[in-house]
Design a protein around this ligand. Structure first.
Ligand code: SF4
Ligand code: SF4
Length: 271
């Protein structure tokens, strides 16, 4: 049976597609953007999250326990008196996730919103996502994606969603490899497929100081997107705090911001 791993479900998100939405974060991403603000979404596997900065090293969570759910993690998930130990990543069958999401249907339809599949990169779990969508009826569905997936998979996903939020972070291939760990040519090919598909979409570009916020990069992205709508996302300065919780280091260089001139775009807004 297919199962999928979800690391968060957020209610009433307002920047993840039209209207108020419920955003489902699927775990796992093939990119490694240095500025990623969801480090707990990078690995496809469930993983421990520990608020080390508040830990008093009392050792209670390390004493061993008999709970089945704690076994894979080498710590008791229930022992910490301060609740500092959690797991990012819950496994669902498509039916279980759909049943949970369908509970929001009436409300989301009333407020003109919907459900957004995000991540991580949701198309890393495309089979699970598409199977889940078979059980979700009568709700507007958006996909928030890096566009980094096989084009056949992307086309299949396009048939099943109503709206796409598509990241174009860096136009230059070498820069893209340097800062996200992957080549952007597949992303740009899939962007063409999206732009020609007739599916409503928005391009999203994060403003990362000294990296994506250069006029050179923004001008090059404006050439790629033409008249299509672009949302320029301000940088989230809270990203570093979550890295330690999953045992990762935050390695984004501390570069000065550039003055941003959005007039290079025909149809852009700043979020
Ligand atoms: S139980 Fe909580 S405070 Fe004690 S060592 Fe574990 S995480 Fe730290
Ligand atoms: S594509 Fe998104 S989730 Fe993946 S590493 Fe980049 S910012 Fe993080």
């Amino acid at each position: 049976m297919i199962t999928g791993t979800v690391f968060d479900i957020k209610e009433m998100t307002v920047h993840d597609g039209p209207g108020s939405r419920v955003t489902v974060f699927l775990k796992g991403c093939p990119l490694r953007c240095l500025w990623c603000h969801n480090p707990e979404g990078l690995s496809p596997e469930p993983q421990l999250m520990i608020k080390e900065n508040l830990c008093e090293k009392c050792g209670l969570c390390l004493r061993g326990c008999t709970h089945n759910e704690c076994r894979p993690f080498g710590r008791c998930l229930h022992a910490c008196p301060k609740g500092l130990v959690t797991v990012a990543g819950i496994e669902y069958t498509p039916k279980q996730l759909a049943e949970r999401l369908m509970k929001y249907r009436d409300f989301l339809n009333k407020v003109g919103g919907g459900i957004t599949f995000s991540g991580g990169e949701p198309l890393l779990q495309a089979e699970f996502m598409l199977e889940t969508l078979k059980y979700i009826k009568g709700i507007h569905i958006a996909l928030q994606t890096s566009g980094y997936c096989e084009s056949d998979v992307f086309k299949e996903a396009l048939k099943r969603v109503d709206y796409v939020l598509y990241d174009i972070k860096l136009a230059d291939t070498d820069e893209h490899i340097k800062y996200t760990g992957v080549d952007n040519r597949l992303i740009l090919e899939n962007y063409k497929i999206l732009a020609e598909s007739g599916k409503p979409f928005v391009v999203r570009t994060p403003l990362i100081p000294g990296i994506t916020d250069t006029q050179e990069n923004l001008s090059a992205i404006s050439q790629i997107v033409g008249d299509n709508r672009v949302e320029i996302m301000r940088y989230n300065h809270f990203a570093p705090s979550k890295y330690k919780m999953v045992g990762l280091e935050f390695n984004l260089p501390d570069l000065p911001s550039n003055e941003v001139d959005l007039s290079v775009f025909k149809n852009a807004i700043m979020l």
